[in-house]
Design a protein around this ligand. Structure first.
Ligand SMILES: [Zn+2]
Length: 463
């Protein structure tokens, strides 16, 4: 502690003795001195950050996902650090916000996805439906106050010139809790402010984006080895779909003849993309289960029903199949069956329901079809795995992901939090990528007359 105090003292003494500066100087990441010196210091910092941001804008022309991650995890932390260490710089950061607003965001999210009224939403954290692209001059004071709370113990130790510093962990945990509370209150207020006058549909899209796991594609490092890399079109389309905006370069009509929209693309059976989405999730779960279960099968046939009394609505067809079966998932040597559905929340039948009810409705439908048959005939267990195209998961899917993470964590001696994180991301990217194919995939040609049937004489002879 004394060391830091001494450094500050020495610096001030040197300044006094040798008149090194009359306006102040950068010290320990902050600035000590007069207001005019602070203004120059912040301007210089902004010039440096702007250079980095301009480079990110250049990269965004080819790879928008990479500079987004670089900005969120790197560049933005630099201006946030200055905010935490230096009071009263909010208004000085306005030129930085201008650069972010006018150039960086359009480059990162696609110009057609960005309008001014979305700025407040994009500034929210990803878990609250935003993109984490904070507004510097609005964050500065808040960051500084949080920093004061977190460093209270350390500050006192420096002022008192303590020889050593032993952190009171209980007090520090309380400080962290206070900051979490402050952040929750601030972001709730920001969300309310940002969505004033928003149509109900867009507010519902934000609610869907706020679901657990729905935004993890934004907070994932774009690692190719994990399958977390997206092309520029996939990235821009993912943002378009997140807020149900108008896709760029989008045909007016689908190949099936109907009017095109994100909703239609996610539902249209032509092209097989609905199956692709389902199969991607099925195969990922099967692969994950293979690392902890036995006898994992995809599309296993169910034993035939031979007169067992089953309630109405049960699927009693011969040849009926579940999506995945595996031994020793829930209970040792007990067979567990799983059936998957990735529903489109934009479809009118789903859209009319509350979000919680959407999942419950599909879980109940699956249970009605399979639960009793599997319990009575197979003597196994049945779990419906329901996901939304926007990335949210049903209650039972959430439970299974946690349970699998716990089994893998025990087996591989890896931290549970990291395992569950990877499982959620893996499933989320499966859904994201397959929804992307639904939007851009080839569905066959539109209703043109084939060349064979074409009447070449386009102006038939009137005689
Ligand atoms: Zn169609």
């Amino acid at each position: 502690m004394k060391e830091i105090f001494r450094t500050v003292n020495q610096y001030l003494i040197l300044c006094l003795l040798f008149n090194i500066t009359t306006i102040g100087r950068k010290l320990l990441g902050s600035f000590l001195g007069k207001d005019e010196g602070l203004v120059i210091h912040v301007e210089k910092q902004i010039a440096k950050w702007s250079e980095d941001i301009n480079e990110l804008i250049e990269i965004a022309k080819f790879e928008p996902q990479l500079p987004y991650a670089a900005y969120i995890f790197g560049t933005s932390k630099r201006w946030q650090f200055l905010c935490r260490t230096t009071p009263g710089i909010g208004s000085l950061l306005k030129p930085l916000e201008d650069l972010i607003d006018e150039k960086l965001i359009p480059a990162l999210v696609g110009e057609y996805n960005y309008t001014q009224h979305m700025r407040g939403v994009f500034a929210l954290p990803a878990r609250l439906g935003g993109l984490g692209l904070l507004i510097p001059h609005k964050e500065a004071q808040f960051e500084y106050e949080n920093s004061l709370i977190m460093t209270k113990q350390l500050t006192r130790a420096i002022v008192n010139q303590q020889d050593s510093f032993v952190e009171d962990k209980v007090k520090q945990a309380e400080a962290a809790k206070e900051i979490t509370k402050r952040k929750a209150a601030k972001y709730e207020a920001d969300l309310a402010e940002a969505t004033v006058g928003f149509p109900a549909d867009l507010v519902k899209m934000l609610d869907l984006a706020k679901e657990k796991g729905a935004s993890c594609w934004l907070t994932s490092l774009p690692l190719k080895s994990c399958g977390f890399r997206l092309s520029k079109q996939q990235w821009f389309d993912a943002i378009t779909m997140r807020y149900n905006l108008k896709p760029n370069d989008f045909p007016v009509f689908c190949a099936c003849g109907k009017e095109n929209s994100i909703n239609h693309c996610l539902t249209c059976k032509k092209g097989g993309f609905v199956h692709l989405r389902h199969d991607a999730v099925r195969d990922s779960f099967a692969e994950i289960m293979r690392s902890v279960g036995k006898d994992v099968k995809t599309e296993p046939h169910l034993l035939p029903v031979t007169g067992e009394p089953l309630p109405a609505g049960t699927n009693i067809k011969d040849g009926a199949r579940a999506d995945v079966s595996a031994l020793s998932i829930w209970t040792p040597l007990c067979k567990a069956f799983f059936d998957i559905r990735v529903f489109n929340p934009l479809a009118s039948t789903n859209w009319e329901m509350d979000i919680v009810d959407m999942y419950k409705h599909h879980e109940d439908a699956k249970k009605k079809e399979y639960n009793n048959r599997i319990l009575q005939v197979e003597k196994g267990t049945f779990t419906p795995l329901i996901f939304s195209c926007t990335g949210g998961a049903g209650r039972e899917s959430g439970k299974l992901m946690k349970h699998l993470a716990s089994l893998i964590s025990d087996k591989k001696q890896q931290p549970y939090s990291q395992v569950v994180n990877i499982i959620r991301r893996r499933i989320r990217f499966d859904i994201l990528r397959s929804c992307n194919f639904s939007l851009r995939g080839f569905r066959g040609k539109s209703n043109f007359v084939s060349l064979e049937d074409l009447e070449y004489n386009l102006c038939p002879d009137q005689n």
